[in-house]
Design a protein around this ligand. Structure first.
Ligand SMILES: [Zn+2]
Length: 230
């Protein structure tokens, strides 16, 4: 084998390791251009039932939803939970982009041709610094790109650090987020239809609180888009 051929083999081997990662769910080797998860695993993720819901039909058993409609792409299966965990806690901003594209493609037909703004649920400053990114903002960027609405990433701020909602009851969740958010970009929100973007909706406490402050600041309507519904 000549030097050049040997070089080609080495480059191919390095490329294979560097650019052909494994599926995050089944650990099969991915082909070039695959989005972190193999086609079979994407296909197998269960859609939320239903994916679209009017706010008034959201079954949170608590106060009525302040958002008028909600879209969630997937149900909260163990595989979806794993992807969301990787996206939030294992430094995988790329996964947020990939999932954001999937969410955007699945719901864009409802928003295209209309106008409004896209608002990610913010992290507290300290949390964002620690994580390095806000996954909801990355999801929102992909939605903005797909439907052409303006992303207003700083519209909301989380002014009070909140405990993780995961282990809290419905009442505790609502209490935990009360007063946690403020509108920073009032002029950007006034009179606008808003799509609020978050990773998961569970009891709707976070989405409801964000919707409440957006509506109080003069937003015309708030709709919710999430990756998953638990
Ligand atoms: Zn797979």
């Amino acid at each position: 084998m000549g030097i050049r051929a040997l070089g080609d083999v080495l480059i191919a081997a390095v490329e294979a390791f560097a650019f052909y990662p494994y599926c995050l769910l089944c650990e099969r080797r991915l082909g070039r251009g695959r989005d972190l998860v193999c086609a079979d695993c994407w296909e197998a993720l269960p859609p939320a039932e239903p994916q679209w819901l009017r706010g008034e039909d959201s079954d949170f058993q608590g106060p009525p939803a302040r958002f008028s409609a909600r879209f969630s792409l997937w149900a909260y299966s163990p595989e979806v939970e794993r992807l969301i965990h990787l996206m939030k806690y294992r430094n995988r901003p790329g996964l947020a982009r990939v999932m954001g594209r999937r969410v955007a493609c699945a719901c864009s037909h409802r928003f295209r041709g209309e106008r409004g703004i896209i608002v990610p649920v913010p992290l507290h400053r300290a949390r964002k610094r620690e994580r390095g990114y806000n996954q909801s903002e990355l999801l929102a960027q992909e939605l903005a790109r797909e439907i052409g609405w303006s992303l207003v990433a700083e519209a909301l701020a989380r002014v009070r650090p909140t405990r993780s909602q995961a282990t809290l009851s419905r009442e505790e969740r609502a209490e935990n987020v009360r007063g946690a958010f403020v509108v920073r970009r009032r002029e950007a929100v006034q009179g606008k239809r808003c799509i609020l973007v978050d990773d998961v909706v569970t009891t709707g406490a976070t989405a409801n609180e964000c919707s409440r402050v957006l509506l109080e600041a003069g937003a015309a309507e708030v709709m919710l888009v999430t990756v998953a519904a638990a």
